[in-house]
Design a protein around this ligand. Sequence first.
Ligand SMILES: [Fe+2]
Ligand SMILES: [Fe+2]
Length: 258
Amino acid sequence: MPEPTQDLHALPPEVFAEHVHSFEFWFGAVQGYLEGRPYGHHADLAEPAWSDAERERLVTVLCHYGLGETLALEGASGLIRVAPNRPTQVFLATQTVDEGRHLEVLIHRLSELGVAAPEAEIARRASPELQRFRERLLGFVDSGDWDAALFAQNVILESAEFAVFHRHARGADPITREVLLGIIKDERRHLGFGENELGRRLARADSLRVRLRRVRAELDPLVLASFARTLDALGAPDAERTELGRDYLNAVGRLGIA
Ligand SMILES: [Fe+2]
Ligand SMILES: [Fe+2]
């Protein structure tokens, strides 16, 4: 049995198929970082003394993440219907649970920051690029296009979330950092699943590579524009923007779909 913390894309396909598509693997993976952390963080972590402007900026960023997790929840659950086999469906069921948890902890974090109606606030501050991404992703799911939907959800969206949460966690307050680090561990697993599934399918069909290249060309600008909004809200320096864009492009480019 592979270690739950191991990079999934590095596993041989037969080991991956046998173990990773199971709730047993999932339990082993999440237990260590969820236990004792209600709503994603230890209860005794202190809230910093926020200025109104700082709190406002963090609320905007968490609202962006909230929309990202909403569409990950809708995407992962929708993918269960178009998945090609039962083990893949079971993995997506575990992912759906993860995405629901991510949304829940972000909504709770917004409440901790004094937001009275977090869901309304997420809708109000949603970026148009992420809304467009949501339409495209759900369009792929609704048309039963497994390859494009899996690529958009488990490679592009997961790479984007992984990169931005990772960058943000480095300079975040202790509570937000712990919440984000817990989410990142799940996103890594989701990304590994997407890379492993699509990697095997790409090895069999060159035409798929051409098609996914087109999907990427459409979705990359939406991801990069969403990053710009999030980094604006965080007040990040220019160097940080370049690094974040590079982190994302490197992660999403690992499948060789340039
Ligand atoms: Fe997520
Ligand atoms: Fe995810």
